[in-house]
Design a protein around this ligand. Structure first.
Ligand SMILES: *[C@@H]1O[C@H](CO)[C@@H](O)[C@H](O)[C@H]1NC(C)=O
Ligand SMILES: *[C@@H]1O[C@H](CO)[C@@H](O)[C@H](O)[C@H]1NC(C)=O
Ligand SMILES: *[C@@H]1O[C@H](CO)[C@@H](O)[C@H](O)[C@H]1NC(C)=O
Ligand SMILES: *[C@@H]1O[C@H](CO)[C@@H](O)[C@H](O)[C@H]1NC(C)=O
Ligand SMILES: *[C@@H]1O[C@H](CO)[C@@H](O)[C@H](O)[C@H]1NC(C)=O
Ligand SMILES: *[C@@H]1O[C@H](CO)[C@@H](O)[C@H](O)[C@H]1NC(C)=O
Ligand SMILES: *[C@@H]1O[C@H](CO)[C@@H](O)[C@H](O)[C@H]1NC(C)=O
Ligand SMILES: *[C@@H]1O[C@H](CO)[C@@H](O)[C@H](O)[C@H]1NC(C)=O
Ligand SMILES: *[C@@H]1O[C@H](CO)[C@@H](O)[C@H](O)[C@H]1NC(C)=O
Length: 886
C-alpha cells in the first residue's frame, strides 16, 4: 500500500521534465542507426529509453537472480541500521528488492527505464563503490552536462562558490579577471541543485562531501582518462540546463547523452527491438552476419571487393583464436623525451621519478616531484590498478631513495581520485615506507548457507592438489579456499573451511572468522597481482624481506596523504595502513560549501569488490564439484546461467568487509575524519604544485589554512574506530532510502505496453555469438569494416581455458575506463588504457594523445581506452574447463 502512496508523492516532485515516449517511438532506431555520431540530446535519448516496453516476468526473474547475488553482500544488516558515524542514510537492500518485486507484481512500471532507474536508485543508496550494476538499457547510455563545473574558495578560507571551468580557463585561472560564480541552475539554488544531482548520481561514497567532489572537474581524473559524474550521469537529468551567473547572465544548453555503441546490432527500430537486444541480448530475427548498418550494407561483399588491399588481415571473423598473429606491429621510434611526466598542465612538466611507461595510455601510474625551493617531495599514486607489480614497486623504491639523496625532508603522497586496484600493491607501497610495521589487513565474508556450501566444496577440492599442479596455482587466491589464508585469531593458516566459516554473530548477522593474506607466500602474491614470472613477493615479506632492523626513511610526522575523498577500495586500505597503523596525517580537499570536518578515504572501504561474473563462475564451479562427488543436492542455488535472463555488462558487490583487529564493525561505517580539510582555490585546482605546497603548509607551518572547524576530529594511530561521528551529524543533503522510487514519472498503469515478441523467445538463451573482433592493421580499417567508435589495438587472445595465447591486431570498442561508471564494455571485457594501438598501418605504439599538447582543455574529452578481453586479472582465478580430478 505505501508503495502507491510513495509513487504519487514522489512523482509530484520528480526532477524529470520530459514526458515519457509512446511505445511506437522510433527514437531508439534513429540513435542506433545513426552512423555519424554517438552523442545526442538527452531528451531524445530519454524518448528512446521510455519507449522501451516493460516485461514483468523478465524483471521478476532478474530480481530473483539479483536477490541470490546480494546474499553475498557483506554489509546488509549494518547498511539497514547504520551506526551514527555513518554519514549517509541507511538502506535495506533486501527489503528494497522485495518492494520492487511487489511493485512489478502490482504493475506500476510503465516502461523498462522506470524499472531500471528504481533498481539503480536502490543500489546507489548503498553508497558502496563495490555495489554496481551496469545492465539493460541504462548500460547503453550516460547523460552529460554540457559544461564542467568546479567549486572554489576565493582565498581558501571563505566557503567555495561554483564556477564554470570554461570561464576559469578563459580567464587564465583568475589571473586576469574574476569570473562570475554560478548562483542557480534551472532556477534552483546552485548548491541545492548540485547536492541533489550528486546524491542521485554519485556512486559509492560514504559521505555527501565526496558525492559533491565527484561532480567536479579534476586533473587527477583527466590523467587517468575518466570523467566526473556531472559528465557521466546515470539518470535522465532533464532536457536543458540553464546556468544563472552572479552577474545576471543566463546560459542555456541541452543536456547531452552518449550512446555506447556495441557494434553491429542488426536492424533495430523500435523500443521493443531495443529491449530484445539490450535487456535480453537477443539479435533481431533478420540479423545476418553479412549485413551491417541496419542491414543496408553487405560487409562480406565489401570485404571481398577490398580484397587487394585487405586479404592480409581480413580473415574470417570466426577464425580460431589460435590463428597465427599477422605481421608484428612495429613501434615508432619516438624522439627521446627530455623528461617524463603526465602531459597535463596541472602536473609539473618533468617528474623527478616516474614509473616505466607512465601515461594515460601507458601501464605506469606512479610519479614523483621534488618541489623546487622547498624540502617537499611529492609522490603521486592515482591508481593501484593496471601497473606491472615489479615496475610499481621499483618506482616507489626509487622515489624514496632519490628523494633522500635530494635531501627532501617532507613527503606528500597524493592519492586524489584513486579508485583502487590491487590490494597487494597498496600493501607494497605501505611497506616501502614502513618496513617495521606488519599491517593487520583483516577481512571477513558474510557467513550464509550458500557460502558454506561453496567454501566446503572448493576448499576440499583444492586440498587434492599439491603445490606443483596448475590447479593449485589457479585456486591459491580463490575466495573459497580457506587453507591458504591466515586466521587472524590464531595467526596460523586455517586448517579447514569450517574453521574459517564459523559463523560468528555480529549485528544480527553471521560472518566468517577474520582472515589475513599470507604475503610471505610468493606464489600467492604473484597470482594475486598477475605476475607472469611467478616471482613477485610483496616488499617486507618472505623472500623479499626488509632487513631486521630496517627503519622508515621518513618519520610518520613528516608524511601526509592528500586525497579528494574519492579514494576507493585499495586506496582506503592504503590510507588505513598509513594513518591508523603508522600515524601519517591526512589532508582532504574540497567537499560541500560548508565548514567543518570531512573524511579522507570516502570510497568503498570494503576489502573485496567481486563481479557477478566471478561469483557465477564460482557457484557453477562448486556445483560441478558437488555433481562430480555425487552430492544429493548440488544445486544449493539455481543454475546461474539459466537464472540470469538479462544481459549484464558489469556488476559487482562487496564480498569481504575490512575490519580492524579486535573490532567487529566494518570500516565502511566508521567515521574517519581527515586531520585537516582544505578548499580548492583558483590557483590550486589546476596547479598541483601549488596545491601540494598548500597542503604541506596547512599541516606543517600554517594550520589556519585548514577549513574552519575541520581539525581535531581525526583519530590517532591505533585508536578504536569512531562509531559515533561528528556532532551534530553532518547534514546529508542527499537522497533518503525512501527515495528509491524517485525516478518514476508516472504511476499510470494503463500505459504499460507489451513486448513485441512472444514469451517463448524470452526463454531463449543468448545466441552463441563468440565472434572474435575483426582483424585490422590501422584505425581506418575499422571504419572500413563499419566498426565506428572502434580502435585498432594489439590484444592478447585467450584460449578456451582463459590462458593467454598469442597477440593480434583487432578492432575493439573504445570505452571510458572507470570501475564506477558505464564503461561501455561487455561481459568479461575490461576497459584498459595500456594497450598498443595503431592509428596508421605499421605505426603501433602505446598511445597518449595528450603527449604533444600539454594544454588545458575546457571541453572535456577524456582519452579513451579499449575494451580488451582480459584472460586473468588480479585476484580473478580463471577456472580450467575440466573440473574433475583425473
Ligand atoms: C550522416 O552524415 C552524412 C554525410 O554528412 C549525411 O548525408 C547523413 O544524412 C547523416 N546521417 C544522419 C542519420 O544524420
Ligand atoms: C531473497 O532471498 C532470500 C534467501 O533466499 C529469501 O528469503 C527472500 O524471500 C528473497 N527475497 C525476494 C524478494 O525474492
Ligand atoms: C590568457 O592567456 C592567453 C595566452 O597567454 C592570452 O592570449 C589571453 O588573452 C589571456 N586571457 C586573459 C583573459 O587575460
Ligand atoms: C558574466 O560573467 C561571465 C562569466 O564570468 C562572462 O562571460 C560574461 O561576460 C559576464 N556578463 C556580464 C554582463 O558581465
Ligand atoms: C535569467 O533566468 C532567471 C531565472 O529563469 C530569470 O529570472 C532572469 O530574468 C534571467 N535573466 C536574464 C538576464 O535573462
Ligand atoms: C553478401 O555478399 C556476399 C558476397 O557477395 C554474398 O555471398 C551474400 O549472399 C550477401 N549476403 C546478403 C544477405 O545479401
Ligand atoms: C604433484 O602432482 C603432480 C601432478 O599431479 C605429480 O606429477 C607430482 O609427482 C606430485 N608431486 C609431489 C611432490 O607429490
Ligand atoms: C547464524 O548462524 C546460526 C548457526 O548456524 C543460525 O542458527 C542462525 O539462524 C544464523 N543467523 C542468521 C541471521 O542467519
Ligand atoms: C605462509 O606461506 C609460507 C610459504 O608458503 C609458509 O611457509 C608459511 O607457513 C605460511 N604462513 C603461515 C602463518 O602459516
Amino acid at each position: 500500500m505505501w508503495w502507491l502512496k510513495l509513487c504519487l508523492l514522489i512523482s509530484s516532485t520528480s526532477l524529470c521534465l520530459a514526458f515519457p515516449a509512446s511505445p511506437t517511438s522510433t527514437a531508439c532506431g534513429s540513435i542506433v542507426n545513426n552512423p555519424n555520431t554517438t552523442t545526442f540530446n538527452a531528451s531524445f535519448v530519454y524518448e528512446c529509453l521510455t519507449s522501451v516496453p516493460f516485461n514483468p516476468a523478465v524483471a521478476l526473474g532478474f530480481l530473483d537472480y539479483y536477490n541470490d547475488t546480494l546474499q553475498f553482500q557483506s554489509t546488509l544488516t549494518y547498511l539497514k541500521n547504520p551506526p551514527s558515524s555513518y554519514q549517509q542514510p541507511g538502506v535495506d537492500l533486501l527489503g528494497g528488492l522485495a518492494t520492487l518485486k511487489n511493485g512489478v507484481e502490482e504493475g506500476i512500471f510503465p516502461n523498462q527505464y522506470e524499472f531500471e532507474a528504481a533498481l539503480q536508485t536502490l543500489l546507489y543508496a548503498a553508497h558502496d563503490g563495490h555495489v554496481t550494476l551496469n545492465a539493460g538499457i541504462l548500460a547503453a547510455f550516460s547523460f552529460s552536462s554540457p559544461q564542467d563545473v568546479v567549486s572554489l574558495s576565493l582565498d581558501g578560507i571563505q566557503v567555495p562558490e561554483v564556477y564554470l571551468v570554461k570561464d576559469l580557463a578563459d580567464s587564465n585561472f583568475t589571473k586576469a579577471y574574476q569570473p562570475s560564480p554560478i548562483t542557480s541552475i534551472n532556477g534552483v539554488d546552485v548548491v541545492t541543485y548540485l547536492t541533489t544531482f550528486a546524491g542521485k548520481n554519485s556512486i559509492g561514497m560514504v559521505e555527501p562531501h565526496a558525492d559533491w567532489n565527484q561532480l567536479m572537474r579534476s586533473a587527477a581524473q583527466d590523467i587517468q582518462g575518466y570523467s566526473n559524474t556531472f559528465r557521466l550521469a546515470t539518470f535522465y537529468p532533464g532536457d536543458t540546463i540553464t546556468f544563472t551567473l552572479g552577474n545576471g547572465t543566463n546560459l542555456t544548453d541541452n543536456f547531452q547523452a552518449t550512446y555506447y555503441d556495441p557494434g553491429d546490432t542488426g536492424p533495430l527500430e523500435t523500443g521493443g527491438d531495443f529491449y530484445n537486444y539490450f535487456v535480453l541480448g537477443l539479435l533481431p530475427a533478420s540479423y545476418d552476419p553479412d549485413l551491417v548498418d541496419n542491414n543496408l550494407v553487405n560487409i562480406t561483399a565489401l570485404e571481398l571487393s577490398n580484397d587487394d588491399t585487405t586479404t592480409t588481415f581480413l580473415t574470417s571473423a570466426s577464425a580460431a583464436a589460435t590463428a597465427a598473429p599477422t605481421a608484428a606491429p612495429t613501434t615508432v621510434a619516438s624522439s627521446v623525451p627530455t623528461c617524463e611526466s603526465w602531459s597535463n598542465v596541472a602536473y609539473p612538466a618533468c617528474a623527478n621519478v616516474s614509473e616505466e611507461d607512465l601515461g594515460t595510455f601507458g601501464g605506469g601510474f606512479v610519479s614523483g616531484y621534488f618541489l623546487s625551493g622547498t624540502n617537499i617531495a611529492v609522490l603521486s599514486i592515482p591508481s593501484f590498478e593496471g601497473s606491472d607489480a615489479e615496475s610499481f614497486d621499483s618506482a616507489i623504491m626509487d622515489f624514496i631513495t632519490k628523494s633522500q639523496q635530494a635531501n627532501m625532508e617532507k613527503v606528500v603522497i597524493d592519492v586524489q581520485s584513486n579508485l583502487g586496484g590491487e590490494a597487494l600493491l597498496a600493501t607494497d607501497a605501505f611497506k616501502r615506507f614502513f618496513p617495521n610495521i606488519n599491517p593487520f589487513q583483516g577481512s571477513r565474508l558474510r557467513a550464509h548457507p550458500a557460502a558454506d556450501v561453496m567454501g566446503t566444496a572448493i576448499t576440499e577440492y583444492f586440498q587434492l592438489f599439491n603445490s606443483t599442479s596448475s590447479t593449485y596455482e589457479d585456486l591459491i587466491t580463490d575466495e573459497w579456499v580457506a587453507t591458504t589464508k591466515i586466521n587472524a585469531d590464531t595467526n596460523q593458516l586455517f586448517t579447514s573451511w569450517s574453521e574459517e566459516f564459523g559463523p560468528h554473530s555480529f549485528d544480527g548477522d553471521n560472518f566468517t572468522a577474520t582472515q589475513r593474506y599470507n604475503l610471505t607466500n610468493t606464489l600467492f602474491d604473484s597470482v594475486a597481482v598477475d605476475d607472469t614470472n611467478d616471482n613477485f613477493t610483496v616488499f617486507g615479506y618472505g623472500s623479499n624481506s626488509a632487513s631486521a632492523n630496517a627503519v622508515p626513511a621518513y618519520a610518520a610526522d613528516d608524511i601526509i596523504i592528500l586525497t579528494d575523498a574519492i579514494c576507493d577500495s585499495s586506496c582506503t586500505l592504503f590510507v588505513e595502513m598509513m594513518h591508523h597503523e603508522a600515524g601519517v596525517r591526512v589532508v582532504v580537499a574540497g567537499g560541500r560549501p560548508v565548514p567543518g570536518p570531512m573524511q579522507g578515504a570516502s570510497g568503498s572501504r570494503g576489502a573485496r569488490g567481486y563481479t557477478t561474473y566471478e561469483l557465477d563462475t564460482d557457484i557453477e564451479y562448486a556445483q560441478e564439484i558437488l555433481q562430480y562427488n555425487g552430492s544429493a543436492n548440488p544445486f544449493f542455488l539455481p543454475n546461474r546461467t539459466t537464472e540470469l535472463n538479462v544481459d549484464v555488462t558489469y556488476a559487482n558487490i562487496n564480498l569481504r568487509d575490512q575490519v580492524r583487529e579486535n573490532e567487529t564493525t566494518p570500516l565502511q561505517f566508521a567515521y574517519e575524519a581527515a586531520d585537516c580539510r582544505i578548499f580548492y582555490t583558483a590557483s590550486t585546482f589546476y596547479n598541483y604544485t601549488a596545491l601540494w605546497q598548500y597542503a604541506a603548509e596547512a599541516i606543517w607551518t600554517t594550520p589556519s589554512l585548514c577549513v574552519n572547524g575541520s581539525t581535531g576530529f581525526a583519530s590517532s594511530a591505533g585508536a578504536k574506530s569512531n562509531l559515533t561521528g561528528p556532532s551534530p551529524s553532518s547534514d546529508a543533503g542527499t537522497i533518503t532510502a525512501n527515495d528509491i522510487l524517485g525516478h518514476l514519472n508516472t504511476s499510470d498503469t494503463s500505459q504499460i505496453p507489451f513486448l513485441t515478441h512472444n514469451d517463448t523467445s524470452i526463454e531463449d538463451t543468448i545466441p552463441a555469438k563468440a565472434v572474435l573482433p575483426l582483424k585490422c592493421e590501422s584505425n581506418s580499417d575499422c571504419i572500413t569494416l563499419k566498426k565506428f567508435n572502434h580502435v585498432c589495438a594489439k590484444v592478447t587472445l585467450c584460449d578456451a581455458n582463459g590462458n593467454p595465447e598469442g597477440q593480434s591486431l583487432r578492432c575493439l570498442p573504445a570505452c571510458t575506463p572507470s570501475p564506477l561508471i558505464n564503461s561501455g564494455c561487455k561481459g568479461n571485457e575490461r576497459c584498459v588504457l595500456n594497450v598498443e594501438t595503431c592509428p596508421t598501418k605499421g605505426h603501433c605504439a602505446q598511445q597518449n594523445p595528450n603527449s604533444n599538447s600539454p594544454t588545458f582543455s575546457s571541453t572535456n574529452t577524456p582519452p579513451q581506452g579499449v575494451c580488451d578481453l582480459v584472460c586473468v586479472s588480479g585476484l580473478i582465478t580463471v577456472k580450467k574447463s575440466g573440473v574433475a580430478p583425473s
